[in-house]
Design a protein around this ligand. Structure first.
Ligand SMILES: Cc1ncc(C[n+]2csc(CCOP(=O)(O)OP(=O)(O)O)c2C)c(N)n1
Length: 658
C-alpha cells in the first residue's frame, strides 16, 4: 500500500492512527463479549475503519454525518463517550434511545450524527434535506452520508442522488463498497464496473478512493469538502474496501472465498498504516503500546459503567407519551371578515398565511412552482415566496419525504404536496418507518406536513381516487387530519403546520371545488381531536369524515324526520372518541360511514371501541358502511356502485327500524 505522507501533516497522521485504533480495539472487545453472550448482535466494521475515520475527520464538528451499521469510527471520531455507546448497545437508559432501538440506529444532535433506519436507503434522502437546510440558511457546510454497495440498488439511492444533483445540494455520498451485501457479491448486486461510474449519469462528480488507505481517504475527502463548502454541489465517492467478517457475527463468512479474505487481510488499513508510521518514525513500538493501553483502560472503565447501569425501567405512560413531540397548541382567533370560498381556496389561503408566518417553511412537490400544482393550490406562490421556498421536485416521493425529514433535523419546516394521495405509496417507507418512529426512537421530531389530495367520485379510476388514511392511522407517531369543510381545512392546516409532528393532511378532491363556506380572511388555528357536531338528534348517531359527511348531510336533508346526531371527526389521529361516546350514550345507535373500503378502516376501530366502552348503552349493533372491497373502478356507474352513499341510506333506515 502506498502512503503519500506529505499530503497530511504528521500530527494529523498520528491522530488518524489513534482514531482508527479505537474502533478496532472496541470491536475486538465486543467480539469477546458477544461470545460470552453479554451483547446481542454485532455488525463488524473491522477492515473498514479508514473510511469512517477519514470521512469524519475531514468534516467540521458542526457538519452532519449520517453513518450506517459498520461506521463505529464515525461515532468514536465524534468523541461520543464510550459508556453511552455501550449503554446504547445494551438497551439501557444512558444510551440514545431509552432502550427503544438497537446498535447504531440512533441519532444525536449533540454530536451532529444522524443514524440509520434498518431500511438503509432513506438515509440518503435525509442527507439531501439536511444539506438543503444548510443551503437555505447560507451555511457553508457539507453533509456526509454513507451507504454500502448493496444499498445502492435501492430506489432511494437513485432518487436521492438525482435530487441532490438537480438541487445542487452539498452532500458527500460515500459508498463503502466492501464486496458483499449480506451474502450477495457485487456481481449479483450491480452490472457496471464501478459504482462511481454512476456519478456522471446524475450529472455529479465522482471518484474512486482506496478505502483502506487512511491518508488517501482523509486527504481526498478533506480536499473535496473544502471545495464543496465554497462551491456547494453533491459529490459521489466510491471507497473500495472489504468486509472482513460476516454480515453480522452470527452469519459467518463461509460463502466468501478464502483467497479474497487473505488478499484483503494484507491490506488491513491499521496494520499497514502502523508500519508506515513506524518507518516514518512518527510512531514507535512504545508509543503504540501506550496508545493501546490508554484505549483499553477507557474501554474497561466505560464498560464497567455501562454494565453496572440498571436495566431500563418500564414506564408505560412514558412509552406512550414519547411517541409524539409535545405540541403546545396555540389558539389564534380570527376577526369577523369572511369570504365565501371553496375548500381549495381555503387550503391555498391557509398555506399562504403559514408561509408568511413561518420564515423557515418550505413547500415541496411535483409541478407546484410556476405551474401552481395540478390543483392550483400554490398558484402564484413562487412570485410571493420565490423558488427557494416553493420547490418543484423530480418524481421521487421517497427521497422528498426523506428530505423533509432532513430539513426538520436541520431546523426547517416543510409541507410536501403529494400530487395525488395515491402516490404516497412510493414514499410510504420513510413516512411510516422514519418520520413516524423518529421521536419515539431518539427524540428527534419530523416537522413535516404531507398534503394528500384524495378521494373518489371524480371518475379517475383505481390510481387517482383512493382515500388511504387507514394506511396511516394504523401507524403510531403520525397524526391524520381530514377536514370536510373550507373553514376546518384552513384552520386545521395552520395547526398542522404549527405542530412539530408528522401530519398527513387529507384534502378531498371531490370537495375542492364543490363546497363553499364563509371563511375568515385572517389566519386562525383549530385544535386537533375535536369532532364537530353538525346536527343534533336523539334517535341515532352518524359518524363520518371527509366526503362521507356530505353524503350523510344529503341523506338527512332528504329525510328530515330522522333525528340524528351527525359527527364530523375532522381529525382521525387524534380522534375525538369522547364525542362519539357521549352521543352514543344518548342515542343508543351508531352508524359509521367511511369512503374507504371496509376492512381495516377507521370505522372498524370506532366500532370496536364503542362496543368495548358503550356496550350497555347500545340498542342495536354498531353498523359500518363503506365502499366495496375492490379497487376503485373508472366508469361512472361502476364507481357509484363502489361508493357507499346508497348503501348508507339503506343501512341507516334498517338501523333506525331495529
Ligand atoms: C430495505 C431492506 N432490505 C433488506 C435489508 C436486509 N439487509 C440488511 S443489511 C443488508 C446488506 C447491506 O449491504 P450493503 O449495503 O452492501 O452494506 P454492508 O452490510 O455490506 O456494509 C441487507 C440485505 C434491509 N435492512 N433493508
Amino acid at each position: 500500500m502506498q502512503y503519500k505522507g506529505d499530503s497530511v501533516d504528521k500530527a494529523m497522521q498520528l491522530k488518524l492512527y489513534q482514531r482508527m485504533l479505537k474502533p478496532r480495539l472496541i470491536e475486538e472487545k465486543m467480539l469477546i463479549l458477544l461470545r460470552q453472550g453479554k451483547i446481542s448482535k454485532w455488525f463488524s466494521g473491522i477492515g473498514q475503519e479508514a473510511i469512517s475515520v477519514g470521512v469524519a475527520s475531514a468534516l467540521t464538528p458542526d457538519e452532519y454525518i449520517l453513518p450506517m451499521h459498520r461506521n463505529l469510527g464515525v461515532f468514536t471520531t465524534r468523541n461520543i463517550p464510550l459508556h453511552r455507546l455501550f449503554s446504547q448497545w445494551q438497551g439501557k437508559a444512558n444510551g440514545f434511545t431509552n432502550g427503544r432501538d438497537r446498535s447504531f440506529h440512533f441519532g444525536t444532535q449533540e454530536y451532529k450524527i444522524v443514524g440509520m433506519i434498518s431500511h438503509l436507503g432513506p438515509q440518503l434522502g435525509v442527507a439531501d434535506g439536511i444539506a438543503l437546510a444548510d443551503l437555505l440558511k447560507n451555511n457553508k457546510r457539507v453533509t456526509a452520508v454513507f451507504t454500502g454497495e448493496g444499498g445502492t440498488s435501492e430506489g432511494d439511492f437513485h432518487e436521492s442522488l438525482n435530487l441532490a444533483a438537480v438541487w445542487n445540494l452539498p452532500v458527500l455520498f460515500c459508498i463503502e463498497n466492501n464486496g458483499y451485501g449480506l451474502s450477495t457479491p457485487t456481481n449479483e448486486q450491480y452490472k457496471c464496473e464501478n459504482l462511481a461510474d454512476k456519478g456522471p449519469g446524475y450529472g455529479m462528480e465522482s471518484q474512486i478512493v482506496d478505502g483502506n488507505n487512511i491518508l488517501e481517504v482523509f486527504s481526498t475527502v478533506d480536499g473535496i469538502c473544502k471545495s464543496m463548502r465554497k462551491n456547494p454541489r453533491p459529490v459521489l465517492l466510491e471507497f473500495k474496501t472489504f468486509r472482513m467478517r460476516g454480515h453480522e457475527e452470527a452469519s459467518g463468512t463461509k460463502y466468501v472465498p478464502q483467497d479474497l479474505l487473505d488478499a484483503w487481510e494484507e491490506k488491513d488499513p491499521i496494520v499497514n498504516f502502523e508500519k508506515f508510521l513506524l518507518d516514518e518514525k512518527i510512531l514507535s513500538a512504545h508509543l503504540i503500546e501506550t496508545l493501546k493501553n490508554e484505549i483499553y483502560a477507557e474501554i474497561d472503565y466505560d464498560l464497567k459503567k455501562a454494565f453496572s447501569e440498571q436495566e431500563i425501567e418500564v414506564d408505560q405512560t412514558k412509552e406512550l407519551r414519547d411517541v409524539y413531540k409535545v405540541f403546545d397548541y396555540q389558539q389564534y382567533n380570527h376577526g369577523s371578515t369572511t369570504n365565501n370560498i371553496r375548500l381549495i381556496d381555503a387550503v391555498s389561503q391557509g398555506l399562504k398565511q403559514s408561509m408568511d408566518r413561518h420564515d423557515n417553511l418550505v413547500v415541496m412537490g411535483q409541478d407546484i412552482a410556476d405551474y401552481g400544482g395540478v390543483f392550483k393550490i400554490t398558484e402564484g406562490f413562487v412570485q410571493t415566496f420565490g423558488k427557494e421556498r416553493i420547490r418543484n421536485t423530480p418524481i421521487c416521493e421517497s427521497a422528498v419525504v426523506s428530505a423533509a425529514m432532513g430539513l426538520s433535523i436541520n431546523g426547517v419546516k416543510s409541507v410536501m404536496e403529494m400530487q395525488f394521495a395515491d402516490f404516497v405509496s412510493t414514499g410510504f417507507n420513510p413516512i411510516v418507518n422514519y418520520l413516524a418512529k423518529v421521536h419515539y426512537r431518539w427524540g428527534e421530531n419530523a416537522d413535516v406536513v404531507i398534503r394528500m389530495p384524495c378521494g373518489a367520485g371524480v371518475g379517475a379510476g383505481p390510481f387517482h381516487s383512493q382515500t388511504n388514511e387507514a394506511w396511516f392511522t394504523k401507524t403510531p407517531g403520525l397524526k391524520v387530519v381530514y377536514p370536510a369543510f373550507p373553514y376546518d381545512a384552513k384552520g386545521l392546516l395552520a395547526t398542522s403546520i404549527n405542530d412539530p409532528n408528522p401530519i398527513l393532511f387529507f384534502e378531498h378532491k371531490g370537495l375542492y371545488r364543490s363546497i363553499y363556506q364563509e371563511v375568515p380572511e385572517d389566519y386562525y388555528t383549530l385544535p386537533f381531536g375535536k369532532a364537530a357536531l353538525l346536527k343534533e338528534g336523539s334517535d341515532i348517531t352518524v359518524v363520518s369524515y371527509g366526503l362521507g359527511v356530505h353524503w350523510a348531510l344529503d341523506i338527512l336533508k332528504d329525510n328530515p324526520d330522522i333525528k340524528a346526531d351527525l359527527l364530523d371527526l375532522r381529525t382521525l389521529q387524534p380522534m375525538d372518541m369522547d364525542a362519539i361516546y357521549t352521543s352514543v350514550q344518548k342515542t343508543g345507535k351508531l352508524i359509521i360511514l367511511q369512503e374507504d373500503s371496509l376492512f381495516g378502516g377507521v370505522a372498524s376501530d370506532i366500532s370496536a371501541l364503542v362496543m368495548e366502552n358503550c356496550f350497555k348503552f347500545l340498542d342495536a349493533p354498531v353498523m359500518r358502511v363503506a365502499s366495496l372491497e375492490t379497487p376503485i373502478p373508472f366508469a361512472k356507474n361502476l364507481e357509484n356502485n363502489y361508493l357507499p352513499k346508497e348503501r348508507f341510506a339503506n343501512e341507516l333506515f334498517r338501523l333506525l327500524a331495529y
